[in-house]
Design a protein around this ligand. Structure first.
Ligand code: NAG
Ligand code: NAG
Ligand code: NAG
Ligand code: NAG
Length: 746
């Protein structure tokens, strides 16, 4: 029969008693579970009674077959059964009056054999027997069988691995009791810190410092049953290092409807120490400049040192060196990678620094296992800025290869000095003056350089016809002593200019046979170059000298050039002649021999300045050169007249013509030929005349012939038609005649 249905009549009676306001004797709801050897007290209360306030109590143990074993009485010392007298006398079993209406039965050290049904009775002091005079409660005394067997299968782990904390718990008696298991950690001398408690009643309580970790799935329970309680710390951290403690507790429910938990047993075991090896570098990286340049070209050496290598174990270190400009107020601070050393120890240069690393001007090396060095043999001004190193720790990856474990950045180190600004000065002075045409001009340029290391100089002679006007390059001497004519391209005068190095810092320019056209301003344009490691020249600074003038007085004659053309309207196929006449307007006394270089041009604007080839030309020795058709010729009829002949004129010869002449004078003083300024004539237009009749006679002739033939044919056709019609139909009206007239009119 069901226990519940059996209890129902009892509840009914109890309810009836309460209604009747009878005596109530109450003991706790059992079973009361206690552990062997522990002190136990069972309380008994009485209420709703009549008679004296102070009530008496008796406790007895109910044995099988309705027998009972008297234990203690508050009013009868002889009440105690002889079998337990010793325990009562020794005080192992006793009672304690808590008040007028309450007593507790006490065991100093309860025994397993003390398990049983205990009855608290009160003798009646009521006028009527009413209510209950006794109450029973079950006491269950269990053995201390709770055992904890802890184990940590792997107590030394690397950071990121998981730690399993096994806490096997067994107990002999499981009825009415509940188990909880708590894992805690002790770090050094700190107090025990609770991680997680499982139970009682399958509840999970997480330690205050572990809630986030639990939420993140970093704490996992492994409850596979059979007394196995496991807690897995996922992704172990260095802070997980410490002594672990496992505690098992046995609980019973008590109070009304068992709402409260009472702990009856507790066992704590040291699980052992867990060591977590950090995989990450803690470690600190310092960057120092062991060589800091104080001026350009001095060496720089930076040491990047990893201070704590304890946890690297089988890991490897790599480094990345970076540079950023140190411009004040520049917030962008763009970092440029110089080079890096990877986990294999291989050097990877950035494209910006590849050349300098290849040439050895920059070296990235490793000294000892924890020191990386960046060295610049010759630090450049552009190298000033801040440098930093980033050390990367690599760990063997799970499958193969290497995985980046951590990167630590050093603080930046500044490499800076006050740069000595290179200075270059060039002073030109006249050595020989060209006082007349044909004479020699010579100037020297003296250089002064400062803050230039192993410099080389390139010198360019420039010419300006008027001060500040368009400058023309004459010739140059490079830093490697290569002489080059620049815009000095006159074929006959190639050898008239010379530039040479005449001293450590002195250059000389010479111009032989100075011409009128050479008059103007000459100066040296000098560039200082320095060499770096690669032996490449690097431009340092440029400077221009003062200007030296060639300004001899022109004493030659004054010329006039003109063009004469008689035939402006010529017929195709004719020959046309045009004269280029050079006259001397003002012959100076010392004018000697003269010769002319004459060129004829057609249809070209500003041909002389633009270097356009002439149609035909005659040099000062009388040699004729043609570029156009073969049907042109040029002849000199006297010293000053040059006649251009155009033979067999065609349409393409129509256009503008002009001549240009360059006079050359023989200086009686020097015996040299001097060139005068170019003379350019006005232009003359050539037309071709075509007769009107010549152009019309053919078309008019054909037209007339065609008209006569058409007329005759019309008349013949008309006559033929008229003849036919009249002979076939004599009744016909004179209308066809009109038609014939129409035809004739047509
Ligand atoms: C804990 O229990 C498991 C499974 O029952 C067993 O394999 C393991 O050996 C036990 N550990 C200890 C320390 O008793
Ligand atoms: C949580 O951690 C802090 C710092 O480690 C410690 O001082 C504190 O006692 C811990 N709290 C608990 C409840 O263990
Ligand atoms: C130059 O010759 C042209 C043509 O004969 C003439 O018109 C001009 O006046 C001359 N110029 C001088 C400066 O004599
Ligand atoms: C000019 O004449 C020469 C010899 O008669 C001939 O070889 C040449 O091809 C001609 N040139 C032109 C542009 O007609």
């Amino acid at each position: 029969m069901d226990k519940g249905t059996g209890l129902r009549p009892v509840i009914w009676i109890f309810a009836l008693v309460l209604v009747c306001e009878g005596r109530v004797v109450k003991v706790p709801v059992g079973p009361l579970v206690h552990v062997e050897g522990q002190a136990v007290s069972i309380r008994c209360d009485v209420s709703d009674y009549e008679g004296p306030r102070d009530q008496d109590f008796e406790w007895s143990l109910i044995l099988a077959g309705d027998k009972s074993l008297s234990l203690v009485s508050t009013f009868d010392d002889n009440f105690v059964d002889p079998s337990v007298r010793d325990r009562v006398n020794s005080g192992d079993i006793s009672y304690n009056k808590l008040g007028d209406a309450a007593v507790e039965l006490k065991f100093k050290k309860v025994r397993a054999t003390d398990s049983g049904l205990y009855r608290c009775s009160t003798p009646s002091t009521d006028s009527f027997i009413s209510g209950n005079y006794q109450a029973d409660v079950v006491l269950k005394v269990i053995g201390d069988s709770l055992k904890v067997a802890p184990a940590i299968p792997k107590s030394a782990v690397s950071e990121g691995e998981s730690v399993e904390l096994q806490c096997n718990t067994t107990r002999g008696f499981a009825e009415h009791t509940f188990l909880s298991v708590t894992w805690s950690i002790r770090k050094g001398s700190s107090p025990l810190e609770e991680i997680l408690t499982f139970g009682p009643d399958n509840k999970i309580k997480v330690g205050r410092n572990y809630t986030q970790r639990y939420t993140d799935g970093g704490l996992q329970l492994d409850l596979r049953g059979g007394g196995f309680y496991g807690l897995v710390l996922q992704r172990a951290k260095p802070s997980d290092q410490g002594e672990y403690v496992c505690m098992a507790q046995e609980w019973v429910r008590q109070g009304e409807e068992g709402r409260n938990w009472r702990k009856i047993l507790e066992k704590s075991e040291e699980m052992g120490e867990v060591v977590v090896t950090p995989t990450e570098l803690q470690f600190k990286v310092t960057l120092t400049a062991s060589l800091n340049p104080q001026s350009t070209s001095e060496p720089t050496e930076l040491r990047c040192e990893v201070l704590d290598l304890l946890h690297l174990q089988d890991g490897r270190l790599g480094v990345t060196w970076s540079y950023s400009t140190n411009t004040p107020g520049d917030v962008s601070q763009k970092k440029i990678t110089i080079a890096s050393v990877n986990e294999q120890g291989a050097l990877i240069a950035s494209s910006e620094y590849q050349q300098r690393l290849d040439s050895g001007d920059i070296a990235v090396t490793r000294r000892e296992s924890n020191i990386f060095v960046l060295r610049m043999l010759q630090t450049r001004d552009a190298d000033m800025g801040s440098y930093s190193c980033a050390v990367t720790a690599w760990k063997p990856a799970q499958q193969s290869g290497w995985g980046k474990a951590k990167e630590v950045q050093s603080a930046p180190v500044t490499v800076q000095w006050t740069p000595k600004i290179p200075v270059l000065r060039v002073a030109a002075h006249r050595v020989r003056e060209a006082s007349t045409g044909g004479s020699t001009f010579e100037m020297s340029c003296q250089l002064t350089g400062q803050n230039l290391k192993n410099p080389g100089y390139s010198v360019l002679i420039r010419f300006e016809e008027i001060l500040g006007g368009k400058s023309r390059k004459v010739l140059s001497l490079s830093q490697d002593s290569v002489l080059q004519l620049e815009e000095w391209s006159e074929p006959s005068r190639i050898d008239s200019v010379v530039l040479e190095k005449t001293g450590q810092l002195e250059y000389r320019f010479r111009l032989y046979g100075a011409q009128v056209t050479d008059r103007g301003f000459y100066y040296c344009d000098v560039t200082a170059w320095t060499r770096d490691q690669t032996q490449d020249w690097i431009k340092a600074i440029s400077a221009e000298s003062n200007k030296i003038q060639i300004a001899f007085v022109h004493t030659g004659p004054v010329f006039n050039i003109s063009i004469h053309s008689e035939a402006n309207n010529v017929l195709p196929g004719d020959t046309v002649q045009m004269m280029c006449i050079i006259s001397v307007l003002d012959a100076s006394p010392n004018t000697g021999d003269m010769a002319f270089n004459v060129r004829w041009f057609q249809n070209t604007d500003r041909a002389v300045e633009n270097g356009v080839q002439p149609l035909i030309s005659m040099d000062r020795w009388g040699v004729v050169t043609k570029t156009g058709s073969n049907d042109t010729s040029l002849e000199r009829t006297d010293q000053h007249t040059f006649i251009l002949s155009l033979h067999k004129i065609q349409d393409r010869d129509v256009g503008e013509y002009y001549c240009a002449a360059t006079p050359w004078l023989l200086s009686p003083a020097t015996g040299a030929w001097n060139k005068e300024k170019d003379l350019i004539s006005a232009s003359s237009f050539l037309f071709i005349k075509i007769e009107l009749w010549e152009s019309l006679k053919m078309p008019v002739g054909y037209g007339l012939t065609a008209a006569v033939i058409a007329g005759l044919l019309s008349v013949l056709l008309g006559l033929a038609v008229a003849h036919c019609c009249f002979s076939r139909n004599p009744m016909h009206t004179p209308r066809p005649r009109n038609k014939l007239m129409d035809l004739e009119m047509d």
